[in-house]
Design a protein around this ligand. Sequence first.
Ligand code: AMP
Length: 481
Amino acid sequence: MTEKCGVVGVSLDGRNAARPLYYGLYALQHRGQESAGIVTHDGFQQHSHVDTGLVGDVFGEHDLDALAGHAGIGHVRYPTSGSLDTSCAQPFSVSFKSGSLGLSHNGNLVNADEIRDELAGIGHAFTSDGDTEVIAHDLARNLLEEDLIRAVKRTMGRIHGSYSLAISHDETIMGVRDPQGNRPLCLGKLEDGYMIASESAAIDTLDGDLVRDVRPGELVVLRDGGSGFDSYQLFEAENTAHCFFEHVYFARPDSVIDGTLVYEARRELGRKLWEESGVVSDVVMPVPDSGRAFAAGYAEGANEESDADVEFAEGLMKNRYVGRTFIMPTQDERERAVRLKLNPIKSTVEGKSVTLIDDSIVRGTTSTQLVQLLKDCGAAEVHMRIGAPPIVAPCYMGIDMATREELMAADKSTDEIREAIDADSLSYLSVDAVAEVLQRERLDLCLGCVTGEYPYDIEGEATDREVTRPEIGDESVFADD
Ligand code: AMP
């Protein structure tokens, strides 16, 4: 099951972990709105509170008070299917012979079924069809025979795919990033402890300092009592497979991922978009909020490089109380939701040529509706510019995207899409521009959704590299920090 999620873990000296985890989850709410949960450990036992809903709805004062202990992990979840499924809500927690285990997962395994079948065959009973439970059971089994670090290493050697994990083993909190670093995960220092989080904005919220990203293939163990951390580089892959779409859409603009401030990357992508396919118009306008930084960069580029005085205007107003349109189950509802969510300011567009900027076109619902709306408001021309390449294939690595049949660019050329959305012109950013702005080789990025070639072995899909599974080797482990 593909899951776009947020994970967090803290280990503190003396202070209870529940509230910092709660605030951390608030900072990560954009990564998942379906369910939220926290698992803590007080030295004697594990406590858990997990439910469907937004962070603010899931936890009340007494829930947080009941989550005793100085160490814990949290999770927000947003799955692909529109249905609610409490059995997949996280963190997943179990207690077994050698202690208790909590697990928060962001990503998606490509061999979860294989491992589930194998473990079920030797008596493990599963309560969900999610990947996270598979990782938890595998780790629990390895912990019967190995110490913590070797057990994690062995599990990492068996699971294949994308995973950023926050793990609690009794009071010990760990962060793990898959060998190709597909999903983000970072390490932060707090006044009285350490934390791991999907995004650095969660560290900022707790007045902490970003130490660094957790490295691909690395296990970070937060020392009990929050006094420090130990690092174990358990696997090393030849190339990384960082998801470019985190930078384009998912992550908060105020987060720093793999060394780049997301807002800056988006502005730079916007500048590139101008360089590659700029069109001089009266007004440059973002689709809020996703297109804002792109439009700012695009307008900057336009005003620096052309004689025209291009106005940057916020001509579409967003109703903040409408949830995401994306996972509405029917097309009718999605269209209605776009209209509820966005309303044009007529005077900014009337009689003008408008360049409308968004980060991506997925099904095409948003752009089709918005071009129509702007034309209804009297726009003379509407040019659409998109800060990412056409999305031609689904995501198997933890982002909840449409199926291939639903993706507008899967079987249409850019000109056919322009016609379908009724824009006067349409251009996307090139894949090379994305790699250039993110300062990565193409082979160090996961570009599966825009190239149809994936960095992992996925049944029925092409790969963009020779996919090798990590060697567990001699199982020696050493701390290097
Ligand atoms: P669509 O209307 O289906 O073409 O989707 C495009 C709009 O949805 C853009 O405004 C994007 O910012 C936003 N978007 C792109 N990917 C996702 C996603 N996986 N989940 C939610 N929204 C998305």
